[in-house]
Write a protein that binds this ligand. Structure first.
Ligand code: GLN
Length: 381
């Protein structure tokens, strides 16, 4: 017998794969895993094949092709009035998840403490553990999942290496407010605490609110890795393209890991993205595009017995099912998929302690007809 001690003994297949598979098995409408059910722009597909035919098929430079890094720098400059140097402060990654893992791997030493706010995107904890870090969780509660900074402060110790933030937040759709930024600035001032800011839904913020990127605030920017995703911008999550920006001293460490994890990422897609990014209206209009979907979905859901939680950003709507059932959210999510034909994500999956407040997450990055069909089924629940 060959023996092996698992490095992640308590981790099974992640909830997105599980629920998407269950949805497929039951031919259910899949509002679980977050991805659009509509196409990415055909021009972008044409650009990829154009660049493939032009011969852009070998390794890209390790941090990404210069043109794409320049476009990213221009985008951040026009959004947040700050310059990230494409040479030293921007790296193109194979999606947000790779950027997150790489940033963590670049800075976590054994027994370093990393603070995460739960519910938290599912890759944070296992990545920290795998790297020998200690996960310190701070639990947020429905309905508004607001951060109590006085309580959060109590988690800080001399071993705190990093705080992971995520705004707009997956799964709750919450966004950071100016007061949160003030508190975070105060909390990290005169410390060595770094920030990993997962901003993959940066362009999906509703009701005229601004996206408060770490890039905007010098005292936060100087200690932050900011992670972004092209899949969320251009409706092509399956292309697995994203990027990370950070001050050069942090980015230098990031690249040391990146070069051995992936070396570089998809060349023709980088060229295509660099061309397509010139069309900045595409991503600037995303907030209106998704706000309309949010509003339609919320309006339709009023006919059901689910209770809507607030949604300020992202393409996720959380709902409570207290008026419908009393079973654990994982069981309810399964039953909803098998018996009623609609799949969602049980929010307990985003808590280490599996805290269950009877909340499900639905993805509304779907065609209107998909949302209508799903709600027709949810009305029957
Ligand atoms: N980000 C997507 C979500 O939250 C899922 C990505 C994945 O399946 N790993 O649903």
């Amino acid at each position: 017998m060959i023996s092996l001690a698992s490095k992640l003994p308590n981790i099974g297949t992640n909830i997105f794969s599980v629920m998407s598979q269950l949805a497929a098995d039951h031919k259910a409408i899949n509002l679980s895993q977050g991805f659009p059910d509509f196409e990415c722009p055909p021009e972008l597909i044409n650009l990829v094949s154009k660049h493939m035919r032009k011969g852009h098929n070998q390794y890209a430079p390790m941090p990404g092709i210069p043109a794409l890094r320049e476009r990213i720098s221009d985008k951040i400059k026009s959004l947040h009035s700050v310059t990230y140097d494409p040479e030293t402060e921007i790296t193109v990654t194979a999606g947000g998840t790779q950027a997150i893992f790489t940033a963590l791997a670049a800075v976590i030493q054994p027994n370093d403490e990393v603070i995460i706010l739960e519910p938290a995107y599912d890759c944070y904890s296992p990545s920290i553990r795998l790297l020998g870090g200690l996960v310190k969780t701070f639990e947020l509660s429905s309905p508004d999942y607001k951060i109590d900074w006085d309580m959060l402060k109590k988690l800080i110790s001399s071993h705190t290496r990093l705080i992971i933030l995520n705004s707009p937040h997956n799964p709750t759709g919450m966004i950071l407010a100016e007061e949160d930024i003030r508190q975070l600035t105060h909390l990290t001032q005169n410390t060595d605490i770094l920030i990993l800011s997962d901003e993959v839904y940066e362009h999906i913020v509703f009701d005229g609110e601004p996206h408060l990127s770490m890039a905007r605030y010098p005292q936060l920017r100087e200690r932050s890795f900011i992670v972004a995703s092209f899949g969320k911008l251009f409706h092509n999550t399956g292309w697995k393209m994203g990027y990370c920006v950070a001050p050069s001293w942090l980015m230098a460490e990031f690249r040391k890991v990146h070069q051995f994890l992936v070396f570089s990422v998809n060349t023709p897609v980088q060229y295509a993205l660099a061309d397509f990014m010139l069309n900045e209206n595409f991503y600037l209009e995303l907030k209106d595009f998704y706000q309309q979907k949010r509003d339609i979905f919320r309006e339709l859901m009023l006919q059901t017995r689910f209770d809507l939680l607030p949604c300020q950003g992202s393409y996720f709507q959380c709902v409570k099912y207290n008026r419908i059932a009393n079973e654990p959210d994982t069981e309810f999510a399964r039953r909803l998929t098998s018996d009623f034909g609609v799949a969602g994500i049980p929010v307990s999956a985003f808590y280490n302690r599996r805290t269950d407040e009877h909340v499900l997450r639905f993805c509304f990055a779907k065609k209107q007809e998909t949302l209508e069909k799903a709600v027709e089924r949810l009305i029957k629940v």
